[in-house]
Design a protein around this ligand. Structure first.
Ligand code: NAP
Length: 266
C-alpha cells in the first residue's frame, strides 16, 4: 500500500489535535511534519499533550513543503493563514484538504483557478461532519417546497468567523433551488441593528456564540400553517474526523477542485 505523506497545519488547535490523532492512528497515513507558529525544529511528540511522534515542527510553511514533499496538506488554522497555506501548497502541487472556514467567494474562486492551473486536487469543506452535510442536502431538498427559511447557527465563543462556513454554504445551496424571495414584511424595520441577522439572497442567518457549544445548526422553514426544522449537532470534534479521512482518501485520486463534502458523498 502506498503511504500518504501528510502535513497538518495548526496541530495545537482544537481541530488540529483531533486530526493529529486521526493521521497517527490510520494505517497507510504518515504524519510527515506539522506547521505551527512556535516550537520550530522540535518533534511533535516532545510537546506536552501529544502522543509519540517524530513529526518535525516547522514554522516556515514553504521550507516544510520543500523538505518534506508531502502528498497532502490538512489545514485547520485561520482564514488568512489557511488561504496562504492552500495557495502555497497548490503551487508545490501538494493536495490541500482544508477545514479552515471564513474564505470569501473571491478566495474560493482564486483557489479553484489555481487548482485547475496546477492540475492538483483540492478539497475545501466548511463542515466535515457527515450529519451536517446531510442537514445541508435535506435543507436544499426542502427549499424546493418552502421558500421561506431562516438559518440559525450556534457555535462556541472562540470561533472567529460569522456566519459560519456551514451556514453560508447552506444558504448558497438553498439559493440554488429556491424561488428568489425577500422574506418578512416589506416595511420591516430593525429597532436594534442586527436584530434580523445577516441577509443572503433574502434569507436571514443568525449566529449564536456561547461557551459550552461546539457546532450546531438549525434550518427553519415556514409555510401557511406549518413549519419544518432540520437540525444537526456536533457534540465533539471527533465527529468531523471521518469526513477528514474521506477527504484525504478522495483528494489523492483527484486533480480538480471541490468545495463542500456533499460533492464527494453519494
Ligand atoms: P483553534 O483551536 O483556534 O486552532 C487554530 C490553530 O491554528 C491554533 O493552534 C493556532 O495557533 C494555529 N495557527 C494560527 N496561525 C498559524 C500559523 N501561521 N501556522 C500554523 N498554525 C497557526 O481553532 P479550531 O477550533 O481548531 O478551528 C480551526 C479552523 O477549523 C477554524 O477556521 C474553524 O472555523 C474550522 N473548523 C472547521 C470544521 C470543519 O468541519 N470544516 C469544524 C470545526 C472548525 P495559536 O494557538 O498559536 O494561535
Amino acid at each position: 500500500m502506498d503511504i500518504v505523506k501528510i502535513v497538518i497545519a495548526g496541530p495545537r488547535g482544537r481541530m488540529g489535535k483531533e486530526a493529529v490523532n486521526l493521521v497517527l492512528g490510520t494505517e497507510g497515513y504518515e504524519l510527515s511534519a506539522v506547521v505551527d507558529r512556535k516550537y520550530e525544529g522540535m518533534k511533535l511528540g516532545d510537546i506536552d499533550g501529544f502522543p509519540e511522534s517524530d513529526a518535525l515542527i516547522y514554522t516556515d510553511f514553504e521550507k516544510c513543503l520543500q523538505d518534506v514533499q508531502p502528498d497532502v496538506l490538512i489545514d485547520l488554522t485561520t482564514p488568512e493563514v489557511g488561504m496562504y497555506h492552500t495557495k502555497t501548497a497548490l503551487t508545490y502541487k501538494v493536495r490541500p484538504v482544508v477545514g479552515t472556514t471564513g474564505f470569501s467567494k473571491e478566495d474560493l474562486a482564486e483557489l479553484e483557478q489555481l487548482s485547475q492551473e496546477q492540475e492538483t486536487g483540492c478539497i475545501i469543506a466548511p463542515n466535515f461532519a457527515v450529519g451536517a452535510v446531510l442537514m445541508m442536502k435535506f435543507s436544499q431538498m426542502a427549499a424546493k417546497y418552502f421558500s421561506d427559511v431562516e438559518i440559525i447557527e450556534l457555535h462556541h465563543d472562540q470561533k472567529l468567523d460569522a456566519p459560519s462556513g456551514t451556514a453560508v454554504k447552506t444558504a448558497q445551496m438553498i439559493a440554488d433551488v429556491r424561488e428568489s424571495k425577500k422574506q418578512g414584511h416589506k416595511d420591516e424595520k430593525e429597532t436594534i441593528q442586527g436584530a434580523r441577522g445577516a441577509e443572503y439572497e433574502g434569507m436571514h442567518i443568525h449566529s449564536v456564540r456561547l461557551p459550552g457549544l461546539i457546532a450546531h445548526q438549525q434550518v427553519l422553514f415556514g409555510a401557511d400553517g406549518q413549519t419544518l426544522t432540520i437540525r444537526h449537532d456536533s457534540y465533539n470534534r471527533n465527529s468531523f474526523m471521518s469526513g477528514v479521512k474521506l477527504a484525504v482518501d478522495t483528494v489523492m485520486k483527484m486533480d480538480s477542485f471541490v468545495y463542500g463534502l456533499e460533492n464527494i458523498i453519494e
